[in-house]
Design a protein around this ligand. Structure first.
Ligand code: PAF
Length: 332
């Protein structure tokens, strides 16, 4: 048998060509999924992102490779959703902050004191109302796979405790770029300052705003105790989140892969909700230990806030329709 001997230099060239051919074959077969989100990898978003990745990568034999951009690495939430819309970003996990700017109906979930507790909110978002809103994202070139969540939002600030609406008079409170929230805080007499999340910590440090509002999941993961003294457990509004992918990514997939992405998103939501359940249990103690002064609104105090919001509720009823709001309230 003839033995083929190759000179070392030629052998090296041949191997390099083989590796590069193998490399380009696998590069051709792999789709990168850039996944942007506002918080750290150890937050509820990070945990959901890791689960989404794990499930998709395992079930598609590595045909999709996730690349995480945590901590607003791709910009503020509005910018990232716009990136998903034009296809420069493949996927994101975002709050409802700017979503009603894309699909106005999404704003119904932002109405203050609408949801009784997490179970009620989850049943609404996983039920007919929530699923119909997800479907509307198709009309604006986005594929909304599932509702995740952050928990109920609470107020933090450096001015003082908040027990009644009057305590918020003129309070420079950063809000999300969300018209429903802005209306509510204006009605309560605060000075809402809509701002993209990446600017918030700096603005709190510099004192250009007095406070902000976010769920315990965010207050703990973003270490807000370092820049905020008072925490009022107001639970004034539920904070849903959404798992979105780009139309370009979606349309380029087989139906089987689309199903894998959807199932994986559902698993990611389970992981995110488990994180939220956990932080709802231990978050307040953690923030007290970190030096925050914590007050909690009683049901009677919350009723006073709701009364003060009467004119805002009229606007919401006009905008979203009484039937829809009553359907949400009637959900078990
Ligand atoms: O307050 C916000 O903008 C959002 O809750 C945040 C922190 C970006 C998480 O989505």
């Amino acid at each position: 048998m003839m033995q083929f001997k190759m000179a070392p230099a030629r052998w090296m060239v041949a191997s390099a060509v083989a590796v590069s051919l193998m490399g380009s074959a696998s590069a051709l077969a792999q789709t990168e999924v850039k996944l942007g989100y506002a918080l750290s990898e150890t937050s509820h978003y990070g945990v959901a992102a890791a689960k989404w990745q794990e499930e998709v990568e395992a079930n598609t034999d590595g045909r999709f490779v996730f690349r995480h951009f945590p901590n607003s690495g791709l910009g503020g939430e509005r910018e990232v959703v716009e990136g998903v819309q034009i296809g420069t970003v493949e996927a994101t996990i975002v709050s409802s902050g700017t979503l009603s700017n894309f699909v106005p109906e999404a704003g119904v979930a932002d109405i203050p004191f609408l949801f009784r507790n997490l179970e009620h909110a989850r049943n609404v978002m996983d039920g007919e109302v929530g699923q119909e809103i997800l479907a509307k994202f198709d009309d604006v070139g986005l594929v909304a796979l599932a509702w995740g969540e952050q928990g109920f939002r609470h107020i933090t600030n450096n001015r003082g405790p908040i027990d009644e609406p009057g305590d918020m008079a003129g309070l420079k409170l950063r809000t999300m770029e969300n018209p429903v929230h802005i209306t509510a805080f204006e009605t309560l007499g605060a000075a809402p300052t809509p701002m993209a999340w990446p600017e918030v910590i700096g603005a709190l440090q510099q004192g250009t705003i007095d406070g902000q509002e976010n769920p315990l999941s965010v207050i703990t993961s973003a270490n807000l105790a370092e820049v905020q003294r008072h925490l009022t457990l107001s639970g004034h509004v539920y904070s849903p989140a959404m798992l979105l992918v780009s139309r370009q990514l979606w349309d380029g997939m087989s139906e089987e892969d689309q199903q894998i992405f959807s199932d994986a998103a559902a698993e990611a939501v389970i992981a995110m909700r488990a994180f939220v359940d956990d932080v709802e249990q231990r978050g307040v103690d953690q923030l007290r230990e970190a030096g925050m002064e914590v007050g909690e609104l009683s049901d009677e105090q919350k009723a006073v806030f709701q009364e003060a919001l009467a004119s805002a509720y009229e606007q919401y009823y006009g905008q979203y329709g009484q039937d829809l709001i009553e359907q949400i309230i009637a959900t078990e």
